[in-house]
Design a protein around this ligand. Structure first.
Ligand code: BES
Ligand code: MN
Ligand code: ZN
Length: 503
């Protein structure tokens, strides 16, 4: 899909479909009144006939019969102006492109980047409009050999108006959106790949290829390196798999040489069968997405570099399968991690925390300013928050507050869960320093309580078990399947951090 930014007159642009936003109102705004007159009052008639009122997500489509250059127009409802949020605009933009596509448009032109509302920054609104438009059109078709019947949108032109004094800022916002969406698509593609393709080696390769194109330093540790480092958690999980585990290291040094880096850690479990504590077969295929955190980290580093952020950012992704086998780790086994601490494996299906324990221990070597890990860690987090927010836990209030704020802006909302000391009691082991399950209560938190033991820096943990994958129905800018959650959240968080630093 081609993404372009132009300045010009919307009525003179050659396009299959011109997309305009309309707030819920009694009276048409002046620009649309003019268009309405040219189109023989089609719009006002639709409004009078109550088939379209500008309510959020409502839409109205009509052909223009040669009266203007665009072959058709699509009005998309934005709801009440005072209720518009950044994410509502992102959603409306997503729906508008879906509607244009249903009407067989292939080249479209969207004016939604020009939407303004008092109290909301114009560049953030423009960025959101572009993001929603682009991300709504994502499809993963690599393994479909039969022709897809649905027409695809080939080109989106985001059009600013000639006399807009902010056109430069808006052009920049569209460029930022495009780069961030590229990274989201990159992550979604990796997550959508089946486990027989997206192996640890595949992830490592994708990361390495991306790094070499992006001026990022990459290093991939193999089993021997892991042994030398004492990564017993990662090796313990990998033991049952025929696939070689990989520990992916990406380093982006865009800030001052002596500034401590921020480290992002992502769970890269390329298939989670549960291991010896094997999962039920129902929906087990979804466990190919258990590397969504890792994909988010690799994707985020791509965008960090594409946007040339003046920050130091490191990405770490422990990657392995979790499989049952004669050689696999068993319940009762004790694993020694990189930091020397030992973990009793009660349930081999609680493997994410085992590989993250080593990655968090490794992160300490960077003397980081902060560490954020992201993982499809617990079914319990999905039960607690569903598909509409990720779980947030951690040891640093300021860090967590900035993540909540970034979540609000991006629509990738994170919601805090407590991490009281008592939860740590639940993971006491009789034979090792801790055990890898904590009983029925507070499953998302006892998992985080284990991770906490491997942190010696400002730390936040994001559980995306509920938000990484949508299995029921499309969201306005997230088609069913891989979400790529975390990429946009991280980029907002990092760009905010860059702004704070610059001040
Ligand atoms: N990868 C799963 C968590 C998960 C569940 C992600 C559903 C996405 C959707 C994780 O490795 C796991 O199996 N966790 C167990 C932990 C339990 C054995 C303590 C769980 O949540 O059931
Ligand atoms: Mn598991
Ligand atoms: Zn898992």
């Amino acid at each position: 899909m081609k993404i372009l930014f132009k300045k010009g007159d919307p009525l003179k642009i050659k396009t299959d479909c011109l997309i305009l936003g309309l707030f819920e109102t009694e009276k048409l705004p002046r620009e649309i009144q003019a268009l309405d007159r040219i189109l023989n009052r089609t719009i006002s008639k639709a409004i009078q006939g109550k088939s379209f009122k500008g309510g959020l997500k409502e839409s109205f489509f009509t052909f223009t019969l040669g009266k203007i250059e665009p072959l058709s127009i699509l009005l998309i409802g934005l709801g009440k102006k005072e209720e518009l949020t950044i994410d509502r605009l992102r959603q409306a933009a997503g729906i508008s492109c879906g509607e244009a596509r249903k009407n067989k448009a292939s080249k479209i032109c969207s004016l939604l980047i020009n939407i303004e509302r008092k109290g909301l920054a114009r560049d953030l609104l423009a960025q959101a409009a572009a993001e929603g438009s682009i991300l709504s059109q994502y499809r993963f078709l690599q393994h479909k050999t039969e022709n897809e019947k649905n027409k695809k949108i080939e080109e989106i032109v985001f059009l600013a108006l000639h006399d807009d004094k902010n056109a430069k800022a808006i052009a920049n916002a569209v460029d930022v959106a495009k780069k961030i969406c590229d990274a989201v698509v990159f992550a979604r593609d990796m997550i959508s790949q089946p486990g027989n393709i997206a192996t640890p080696a595949f992830l490592a390769n994708e990361a390495r290829k991306m790094a070499s194109k992006s001026g990022i330093k990459s290093k991939i540790l193999d089993r021997k390196n892991m042994k030398d480092l004492g990564m017993g958690g990662l090796l313990g999980v990998a033991k049952g798999s025929e696939e070689e585990p990989k520990f992916i290291i990406l380093e982006y040094w865009g800030g001052n040489k002596k500034d401590a880096p921020l480290v992002l850690v992502g769970k890269g479990l390329t298939f989670d069968s549960g291991g010896i504590s094997i999962k039920p077969s129902q929906n087990m295929e979804e466990m190919k997405t258990d590397m969504s955190g890792g994909a988010a980290v690799i994707g985020a580093l791509k965008a960090v570099s594409d946007l040339k952020l003046k920050l130091n950012v490191v990405g770490l992704v422990p990657a392995t399968e979790n499989m049952p086998d004669g050689k696999a780790s068993k319940p009762g086994d004790v694993l020694a991690t990189i930091s020397g601490k030992t973990i009793e494996v009660i349930n081999t299906d609680a493997e994410g925390r085992l590989i993250l324990a080593d990655a968090l221990g490794y992160a300490g070597r960077y003397k980081p300013s902060a560490v954020i890990d992201i993982a499809t860690l617990t079914g319990a987090c999905f039960i607690a928050l569903g598909r509409h927010a990720s779980g947030l836990m951690g040891t640093d209030k300021e860090l967590m507050d900035s993540l909540v704020a970034a979540g609000e802006l991006t629509g990738e909302r994170v919601w805090p869960l407590p991490l009281f000391d008592e939860y740590t009691e639940q993971i006491k082991s009789d034979v090792a320093d801790m055990k890898n399950t904590g009983g029925r209560g507070g499953g998302a938190i006892t998992a985080a309580a284990l991770l906490k033991k491997f942190t010696s820096y400002k730390w936040a943990h994001i559980d995306i078990a509920g938000t990484a994958w949508i299995d029921d129905k499309d969201k306005p800018y997230i088609p069913k399947g891989a979400v790529g959650v975390g990429v946009r959240l991280f980029l907002q968080f990092l760009r905010d951090a860059e702004t704070r630093k610059g001040k």
